[in-house]
Design a protein around this ligand. Structure first.
Ligand SMILES: [Zn+2]
Ligand SMILES: [Zn+2]
Length: 326
């Protein structure tokens, strides 16, 4: 039962203050003698769209105020997903699940220094990469301590309510990428069809990792984005082996480790190409974290090889979209 704020009774000869204050909580003690009055009021209150016209304007104002108070109380009970703060004042419209202090902690990447990997600072890696199978990576946020903690809540503790939050972050990165890909004079156009992306491809995890976590984070992120921006999601990639935790390895070890780590399923690739029967195809590979880019590049290499094998004449552009840039 929701506690109602006190409402000043208005002088109305045929509605007693007792009946009015008893209507909203619905449950009335049987001893209350105003039961018939309460019942006759409770009925229209329960069905607000059929309020009888004989209810005076002042009473309707009170009912409206009560209803707004209930809504307000309900809204403040939606606590911030990260810290549990129930203060819902001025939440960001796209990130309503976060309180303002938590929203301000999101380390957005707002300035890109490396056009290839989307790094917000000087990048020593991309100039020495000679085998990039993708055009560029864009990430929504920096992979800092805060994001690592938030992702851990999601990945390891099954805090599923966080999925839309990360999905919205990825959507922001997608919108930034699409805007960048447009000709300069069309950057401020709102339509996303100016640089259409044909499909989203999630980076698969190994069956060992899937058993451990019960879900593939890249797949969930991809599914959210696919739904959000109405682009098909195609699960064409397969992982050939379990490569262990990438975060504990050196750059050289990661590069060696990811060699032939993925294959593109021939039948699923064929159905993707049939669905998009065109001479030029643009695909986005979706993953959670970009570190050296070796995982994403291995995935892009395998996908490009399979497409080239099946349709040598098709011109393929592959992009990487990740939640966080390490
Ligand atoms: Zn918070
Ligand atoms: Zn770079």
């Amino acid at each position: 039962m929701i506690a109602m704020p006190y409402v000043t009774p208005v002088a109305m000869p045929y509605v007693t203050p007792i009946a009015l204050s008893s209507v909203i909580p619905i449950a009335l003690p049987s001893s209350v003698s105003t039961q018939p009055v309460a019942r006759s009021l409770a009925r229209p209150l329960a069905l607000p769209n059929v309020l009888p016209i004989h209810i005076p304007a002042k009473l309707r104002t009170i009912i409206k105020a009560m209803r707004q108070s209930v809504q307000l109380l309900t809204a403040t009970s939606s606590a911030c997903l990260i810290c549990g703060n129930t203060d819902s004042r001025s939440r960001h419209p796209r990130f309503i699940s976060l309180c303002t202090p938590c929203f301000r902690q999101i380390p957005w990447i707002t300035r890109i220094e490396c056009d290839v990997c989307g790094r917000p600072e000087y990048c020593p890696d991309c100039p020495r990469r000679s085998d990039a199978a993708f055009l560029c990576n864009r990430s929504a946020v920096r992979y800092n301590t805060r994001i690592r903690e938030w992702l851990a809540l999601y990945k390891y503790r099954g805090h599923e309510a966080l999925a839309p939050l990360f999905g919205e972050m990825l959507t922001a990165a997608y919108q930034g990428l699409v805007k960048e890909l447009r000709p300069r004079e069309l950057r401020n156009e709102t339509t996303e069809t100016l640089y259409p992306i044909d499909a989203l491809i999630p980076v698969p995890v190994s069956s060992e990792r899937l058993a451990e976590r019960e879900f593939n984070q890249a797949e969930r992120l991809g599914a959210y984005l696919a739904e959000r921006v109405q682009i098909p999601l195609h699960h064409v990639m397969q992982r050939t082996r379990h490569s262990g935790k990438q975060s504990y390895k050196t750059r050289g070890a990661r590069l060696r480790d990811t060699h032939n780590l993925f294959t593109a399923d021939p039948a699923l690739t064929a159905s993707l190409l049939t669905a998009r029967n065109q001479s030029h195809i643009r695909l986005i590979i979706v993953d959670d974290i970009y570190t050296t880019g070796s995982t994403a590049n291995a995935c892009a290499t395998a996908l490009a090889e399979e497409i080239r094998r099946q349709r040598p004449a098709v011109f393929v552009e592959l992009f990487i979209l990740t939640l966080a840039r390490s």
